[in-house]
Design a protein around this ligand. Sequence first.
Ligand SMILES: Cc1cc2nc3c(=O)[nH]c(=O)nc-3n(C[C@H](O)[C@H](O)[C@H](O)COP(=O)(O)O)c2cc1C
Length: 221
Amino acid sequence: MNAENQIEQIPDQSPLRVLKIDASSRYDGSVTRQLANGFITELQKHHDAVEVQQRDVVSDALAFLDADWVNANFTPADQRSAEQMAVLEQSDRLVKELQDADVIVIGTPMYNFGIPAALKAWIDLVARAGLTFRYTENGPVGLLQNKRAYVVLASGGTPIGSEIDYASDYLRHVLGFLGIQDVELISAERININSEESKQHAYQQIHEAVEQLQQDLRAAA
Ligand SMILES: Cc1cc2nc3c(=O)[nH]c(=O)nc-3n(C[C@H](O)[C@H](O)[C@H](O)COP(=O)(O)O)c2cc1C
């Protein structure tokens, strides 16, 4: 095997727990689903054991917050009725998936300059005071520690990072709010204009991000 193709795996690694979130309404031809899968494949090449939990926020039909949900959430956990616990069950499950993950990979399109409603529904369900953030005298503090996130974001024509991109900064902010400060953006921008070049650039970013992750894990071992 020549040096270029050689993939250095860290022996006897503990499993890397990855939560992959897909948010495109499309399945066939979805760029973000393809790239998020590509990210996992790249991780698996480098890491002995990758445990992937998949969460499809489109097909899983996440609930929008209603009055019962808000009331249940604001009721102290030890005082909730059985009905209130049932109302929060989906949210509890999504929070647990996040808490259990070392790495979060979010594949999302830009829709109407922001994120898809399905992904916003997921965010509303995982932003839980007392579970994923808490209020302190000095303001809110995120409770999801020692995690890193990769946001694979595709746009059709809007330049990512431009002043009309309301997706990338928002995701970075809200993940940081929950304690995930280490957020890397992998962009497949203006896919309708330059599809192949844009995808290749995204794959290159994925390759570099996974290499960097491996270096960091090795340094921390
Ligand atoms: C409902 C909808 C809204 C969209 N809004 C935007 C937009 O505001 N800006 C943009 O650049 N592209 C927009 N696009 C294009 C998508 O971001 C682009 O096609 C992306 O590749 C979709 O991700 P997917 O391939 O994973 O489905 C929109 C696409 C759809 C279906």
